[in-house]
Design a protein around this ligand. Structure first.
Ligand code: SF4
Length: 264
């Protein structure tokens, strides 16, 4: 599958994982593999019907054995000896320290505050949002345009809510790892992750603005959330000045701009 020339290598590394809304499902190895695993899981489910638990555990063990063999093969291809590999303790300690530092970084804290404020707003308005159709899956019967806008804003905010924090932490960790281990540095990865976080913030801000228009009486609390998110956005741009110009495979490649426009 990975050798398919129609795929865009690494496109899934800097996307937002919202495959339902993605213009590149036909060019993404991750998407194709997920579809394939679903099909395999369904086939397994049908095959497993009627099997005893011990037969099922045996099947799982042979899958794991195959996976370990595949992993060894990959390591050999990369010139690593799978039998001799031992964790480098210094590396492990530094990695742990970096993780701890990342957790208390101001950008991480701010993105967690954004989660808290958003959850509080959604929780305290749950009934109103539900009554107005934000969480309904069936097509709206009344005030269609307004309900669709409401649903879309809710979906966007909730989709990126945790992802912003995850991507910021990954970017911060990447940056620190690059500083600590310059000989193994992957400079682009931190910027790529920061860019995905920034895109999530851009879209979330737009969605909050839509909610503000739909609920004028909520202007003050929504403005507070937007100010926090806007500040986080500015600070992230400052911490990762190259992030906005990072070119994500596929999404920022002019060769695919038509496909992007057609499907967005
Ligand atoms: S690139 Fe698109 S299809 Fe692939 S994982 Fe990301 S969102 Fe999903």
């Amino acid at each position: 599958m990975a050798e398919d020339p129609g795929l865009i290598p690494g496109i899934y590394n800097y996307c937002d994982r919202w495959c339902e809304r993605c213009a590149f499902t036909d060019k993404c190895l991750n998407y194709k593999m997920e579809q394939e695993s679903r099909r395999e899981a369904e086939t397994r489910r049908i095959e497993n019907e009627g099997k005893s638990p011990s037969e099922m555990w045996q099947d799982l063990k042979s899958t794991l054995d195959e996976t370990i063999e595949l992993l060894k093969e990959i390591m050999r291809e990369r010139g690593l000896d799978p039998e001799k590999m031992e964790p480098d303790e210094d590396y492990m300690i530094s990695e742990k320290e970096i993780k701890e530092e990342t957790k208390v970084h101001p950008l991480t804290r701010m993105s967690l505050s954004y989660i808290t404020m958003t959850e509080e707003w959604f929780n305290s308005h749950a009934r109103m949002l539900e009554e107005q159709g934000m969480f309904d899956e069936k097509p709206p019967e009344e005030d269609v345009e307004r309900t669709l806008q409401l649903r879309d804003a809710g979906e966007v905010i909730r989709w990126y809510l945790y992802q912003i924090n995850v991507k910021i932490q990954r970017a911060l960790r990447g940056k620190k790892m690059n500083e600590t281990y310059p000989e193994e540095a992957l400079p682009d990865d931190a910027d790529g992750s920061a860019k995905v976080a920034l895109i999530g913030m851009d879209r979330s801000l737009t969605a909050w603005r839509r909610l503000m228009e739909l609920f004028p009486s909520e202007e003050t609390p929504i403005a507070d959330i937007m100010i926090l998110l806007g500040t986080l956005r500015k600070k992230t741009e400052k911490e990762f000045p190259e992030a906005r110009t990072f070119r994500r495979p596929g999404f920022d490649d002019p060769r695919y701009s038509d496909q992007l426009k057609k499907n967005s």
